[in-house]
Design a protein around this ligand. Sequence first.
Ligand SMILES: Cc1cc2nc3c(=O)[nH]c(=O)nc-3n(C[C@H](O)[C@H](O)[C@H](O)COP(=O)(O)OP(=O)(O)OC[C@H]3O[C@@H](n4cnc5c(N)ncnc54)[C@H](O)[C@@H]3O)c2cc1C
Length: 402
Amino acid sequence: MPRPISPDQTAQAAGTAMVIGAGPAGLMAAERLAQAGHAVTIYEGMPSAGRKFLMAGKSGLNITHSEDLETFLSRYGASRERLEPHLRAFGPSEIRQWCAGLGVETFIGSSGRVFPTAMKASPLLRAWLRRLDGLGCTIHYRHYWTGWDETGNAIFKTPTGTVQAKADITVLALGGGSWKRLGSDGKWMQILQAAGIKCNPFKPANCGFDIRWTQHLIDKCAGQPVKAVTLSAGSQTIRGEFVISKSGIEGSAVYAISATLRDQWLQTGSAILTLDLAPDRDLADVTARLAKPRGKNSLGNHLRKSLGLDATKTALLFEVTPRETLNDPAKLARTIKALPLPIARPRPLDEAISTAGGVAWEELDDNFQLIKRPGTYCLGEMVDWEAPTGGYLLSGCLTITF
Ligand SMILES: Cc1cc2nc3c(=O)[nH]c(=O)nc-3n(C[C@H](O)[C@H](O)[C@H](O)COP(=O)(O)OP(=O)(O)OC[C@H]3O[C@@H](n4cnc5c(N)ncnc54)[C@H](O)[C@@H]3O)c2cc1C
């Protein structure tokens, strides 16, 4: 079981620590280590800290979730067992208290998601960097880690040449493999693999998917939301909304089901997303409503009047349904309740909100320490866990209780 370093352990634990990567996981590690008495130096490849964190704040920084802890823990799927002790020690309530300690109040949105009142990440990041400065942490920007030399020094590429550094503790918090322009380029994977550390290949998580739409659907619906639907893949069903894009589908409900769809696609080369366009009516009700004579109404009008299907849902239905089915109320009702959308492929890795894959759990002890490299820890998104959007990603990065 991981144990936070207690004050009476501080004196003997204190020493030097280097944290490589100044995203949320690295900054939290730096805070913990400095509070435990270590002299902490942070190295960051980019010219400033927390670029992905700031990007996350652009659409409303969802920092954690307020649901009961049992449900919250279940969001981490296969990695729950490994993350649970940490999330129990530093979970949603502690994250909110920690924000408040930085002068950032949070609120619970209607969906249970937790956001800073200002919605943005920048005030939080500024206060956090001030705190780290006050704790004596030094940050070297434009220091890009390229590996270790034969004596175990970390090597950094800087604008003025190569720099080497060593510390008692090294924390790697180098992020996942998406949104490379923000700094997390995933190249650390080759370095760790060369050092004999097993890493699982990156996979897009919380991603959109390509669908081969006709030009007609793109012209009519690109950018339009599809509201109040259920999406099913495998044994998973999600209710929510998503957006039709020029290349396929995006948005919260798609992200929520994306891991299942992605794995199906990776395993079989194809995947089907099934939509229920009228989730509040059962099949018998939909069939009965469609069987009523439609008079002079077009089929689109009939669908709107009898079932409340808007123009976007109707366009989706017409896009994938053969004419013969459209003319048969019983078949049409079944299709409305289970509309199959064939997935062409997941959107490219670099566009994904997060990535699965990374340092394999079996390489880490309960404190995220590399078993083959004692004194070196791997934290945050670079470890092979994944979670849906909803504040679970940042919660998993901030929960550091070495
Ligand atoms: C558009 C978008 C919106 C998001 N919204 C949310 C949200 O609302 N809620 C949520 O929970 N999550 C959200 N996320 C996900 C969340 O931002 C990430 O999961 C989180 O930032 C990962 O933290 P990290 O510290 O592990 O890695 P990162 O934040 O990626 O930080 C890693 C750092 O390491 C540095 N680095 C990488 N390689 C090197 C190297 N070789 N040498 C030196 N430095 C290096 C990088 O420059 C970077 O600063 C969002 C992501 C995106 C892209």
